[in-house]
Ligand binder design. Structure first.
Ligand SMILES: C[S@@+](CC[C@H](N)C(=O)[O-])C[C@H]1O[C@@H](n2cnc3c(N)ncnc32)[C@H](O)[C@@H]1O
Length: 228
């Protein structure tokens, strides 16, 4: 079996004198989210972030084994987050957070299909309307504006986002998120493809005329005029 390093060796950036300056994360990631977040939090911030907020913490899977001090926020009190709040109106002062992590719900309404409990597994505390094509993209602008408000200058936002086909349409969630973040004033800086263990398959599909997406994206934004 291949290791991720066999397939996508970490590129070393070597100066003219031969000294290694830094090691960027791989642009395609086969490992766990928790390992990737640690690599992102080490690589992108200009200095070690001390105030880190997970704005959709759920069960806190991203932080298992992490030594970082993270404030978990979620709208659903059943997950017992440190802060129960809506991430479009977070109880933080302006420019007080150095790193924000965001993993919004991405599975839309499942109609009459009760065979999978997406509500419990993916934290769908809201339903989406036909007007919004039963997706959650309409929630991105309010979140990105709030992210801009609470982030310190040069602070970073790490966002896990998944495109999918729903309502007979390809839902370009990652593009809509980049667009919302840009409008809010955040600089889209990088995009890492995370390969999932398997594609999301809706049990309703008898025959799907599209590829089975087996990946999602980790997008990196900076509250800055510059990526680097
Ligand atoms: C996909 S889950 C996050 C999973 C988490 N990253 C993990 O790996 O354990 C999305 C979470 O976002 C929360 N959520 C949805 N809308 C929210 C909002 N407006 N404000 C705060 N949390 C929200 C849900 O309750 C759910 O727990």
């Amino acid at each position: 079996m291949h290791s991720v390093l066999d397939l996508f060796p970490i590129e070393r950036n070597v100066t003219r004198t031969g000294a290694c300056e830094y090691e960027p994360p791989a642009s395609v990631w086969f490992g766990e989210d928790a390992e990737l977040i640690e690599a992102l939090l080490t690589f992108y911030p200009r200095k070690t972030p001390r105030t880190i907020v997970d704005a959709t913490v759920n069960a806190g899977r991203f932080w298992r084994g992490s030594k970082r001090s993270v404030i978990g926020l979620d709208i659903d009190p059943r997950h017992r987050p440190a802060i129960v709040a809506n991430n479009t109106a977070m109880p933080f002062r302006d420019e007080s957070i150095e790193a924000l992590v965001y993993d919004p719900p991405h599975i839309p309404n499942q109609g009459r299909d009760r065979s999978k409990d997406f509500n419990t597994r993916f934290g769908l505390v809201l339903r989406s309307s036909k007007q919004n094509h039963y997706t959650f993209s309409h929630t991105f602008p309010a979140f990105t504006r709030e992210a801009y408000r609470v982030l310190r200058p040069e602070g970073i936002l790490l966002c896990k986002i998944t495109d999918y086909v729903h309502h007979h349409r390809y839902q370009w969630a990652h593009i809509e998120f980049v667009s919302a973040a840009r409008q809010a004033g955040l600089m889209p800086c990088d995009c890492i493809i995370k390969v999932r263990k398997g594609p999301i398959i809706d049990p309703k599909w008898k025959r799907a005329h599209h590829s089975r997406r087996q990946h999602c994206y980790w997008l990196i934004f900076r509250k800055s005029g510059k990526c680097e």
